[in-house]
Ligand binder design. Structure first.
Ligand code: SGN
Ligand code: CA
Length: 517
């Protein structure tokens, strides 16, 4: 063959190859992936991008370092199921029909995963769900049943298969997420909801981490011995470390002699019976000497109160450690697979949690520790974002943000706002005030129903139903919310103004009929 012909043929083949490549390229859906990681009850106080007092979380901090740290991130209703329903619908509890943990989610309603799926996203949910009805809007789901277990948990998948998985829940959920990601094709963007059980009560650490944190002394918060003066609802709660935290159940003091006959001893026994012999041996080897020492010390009063705090923090923080390690695994995976640059990575918790502030564990109240939640986001590389956001954002905003990022319109009935303009520095002011409404009463922990408004400076709360009690805080002068200013003459104008704003928010969000739930 002549050289000129050979060149011509080569040129032709090259062009065909280019065409094939450009056709393949045009078939590729380059829309960003979404990885939405959420934990359960992880406090911002124990995430070192926010606060280094208790623990370092280098992997979670990576998301903040390479992405955005939200300084003022809040929920609308500080309790698990309701928060999850808010996040997937972009609507307040009174609109999505899931006001408290005894509710059942109406899976026929529109949700963020459904919108994404209809628009061609591959959607998956792995881990905690807790909305009772079967998950809808997901191509794949593999969820814990109810609250799930820390050890050897049972999962139910979208085919209705229930499978017991050996091991520790935070590792297992991460393994499942990585497996699912491994099976995805690069032609279709994904939205994966990776929702951990940790760091929920009763804070069972991974056996491999039991011996960490030894010798660390955790100082109790300044408000640990709060007497709840002028705060009626706080006086009747049942979430006090000193009063309500169970020595056996929460703090693992299951003595062989049976001297510690606490209210929830039996529940703890049932729970640790899930551990297999190897896990149980490591567990007992760690806790037995602590139990012996505790009994010998015969603590009471303030000493016991301080001991309980220390014990609580140790187990809680070990659960945080597992979360951080496993978030590191997922981040590494995305990097190794070249997915990191085109994926929105979100880290949050379903609400905040008390690390002994006001003497408490748990959440529910509209006070700062439980209304706030950590929020870190790392956007795809082609989106230039600010490094920190101080505007108040709320969990109703996640669904609109994800849809906006995927290039989809935000449905008019979603009540949150897309955070995209804010994170790109195109908009500075998202809202002047936040609305909050909590419903789960009477129930465990006995936190009264309440609603309220939070501005940058003030918080006004109304506890209602079998109580009619208002609280007002100046967050600038009293960030720990110890001084209820409601009813003080010099606060009359501010109170009136806040009540008017609260009323406007209730009209705006259509939450004027409190008899609905
Ligand atoms: C369980 C816990 C409570 C916790 C609720 C709600 N008790 O009932 O302490 O407040 O869940 O938590 S436990 O004995 O079962 O641990 S939520 O995060 O799921 O809303
Ligand atoms: Ca929770």
């Amino acid at each position: 063959m002549k050289l000129s012909n050979l060149i011509l043929i080569s040129l032709y083949l090259f062009c065909v190859a280019c065409q094939t490549e450009s056709t393949d390229e045009s078939k590729r859906d380059a829309r960003p992936n979404i990885l939405f990681i959420m934990t359960d009850d992880h406090s911002y106080q124990t995430l070192s991008a926010y606060d280094t007092t208790y623990i370092r979380t280098p992997n979670l901090d990576r998301i903040a370092k390479d992405g955005i740290l939200f300084h003022n991130s809040f929920v609308t209703n500080s309790i698990c199921g309701p928060s999850r329903a808010v996040m997937i619908t972009g609507k307040f509890s009174h609109k999505n029909g899931f006001p408290h943990n005894s509710s059942r989610f109406d899976g026929s309603q529109p949700t963020m995963p459904k919108y994404l799926r209809e628009a061609g996203y591959k959607t998956a949910l792995i881990g905690k769900w807790h909305l009772k009805s079967k998950p809808t809007g997901f191509d794949y789901s593999d969820v814990l049943i109810g609250q799930g277990n820390y050890y050897n948990p049972v999962f139910i998948n979208n085919e209705n298969d229930t499978v017991l998985n050996d091991g520790y829940v935070t590792n297992i959920i991460t393994d499942k997420a990585i497996n699912w990601l491994d099976g995805q094709s690069s032609d279709q963007p994904f939205c994966l909801l990776l929702h951990h059980k940790a760091t929920h009560r009763i804070w069972k650490p991974d056996t491999s981490l039991l011996h960490t944190m030894e010798g660390i002394k955790f100082e109790v918060p300044e408000t640990y011995f709060d007497n709840y003066e002028n705060r009626l609802a706080a006086q009747s709660q049942k979430m006090s470390i000193i009063e309500d935290m169970d020595l056996v159940y929460d703090l693992k003091m299951l003595d062989a002699e049976g001297d510690l006959q606490t209210k929830y001893r039996k529940s703890y026994e049932n729970m640790i019976n899930r551990l297999n012999p190897e896990q149980r041996a490591v567990w007992d080897e760690y806790y037995n000497p602590i139990i012996e020492k505790f009994k010998a010390a015969n603590l009471s009063g303030k000493e016991l109160a301080l001991w309980k705090y220390q014990r609580y923090m140790e187990d809680y923080l070990k659960c945080v450690r597992s979360v951080d390690d496993n978030v590191g695994r997922i981040l590494d995976y995305l990097e190794e697979k070249g997915l990191a640059d085109n994926t929105l990575i979100v880290y949050t918790s379903d609400q905040g949690f008390y690390m002994g502030e006001h003497g408490w564990f748990d959440k529910r109240f509209m006070y700062e520790e439980s209304m706030r939640t950590p929020l870190l986001m790392k956007f795809p590389k082609n989106i230039n974002t600010v490094k920190e956001v101080s505007e108040m954002v709320q969990n109703i905003d996640y669904a609109p943000t994800f849809l906006d990022l995927a290039g989809l319109p935000v449905p008019g009935d979603m009540q949150g706002e897309s955070l995209l303009p804010l994170v790109q520095g195109k908009e500075e002011n998202l809202r002047d005030a936040l609305y909050y409404h909590y419903y789960e009463y009477p129930n465990e922990h006995m936190v009264k129903r309440h609603y309220g408004i939070r501005t940058d400076q003030y918080k006004l709360i109304h506890f209602y139903e079998d109580i009619d009690s208002w609280e007002l805080y100046d967050l600038n002068s009293d960030p720990q919310e110890m001084k209820n200013l409601y009813g003080q003459a010099d606060m009359a104008d501010i109170t009136e103004d806040l009540k008017a704003q609260l009323n406007e928010l209730q009209i705006k969000y259509e939450d004027t009929d409190r008899s609905t739930y």
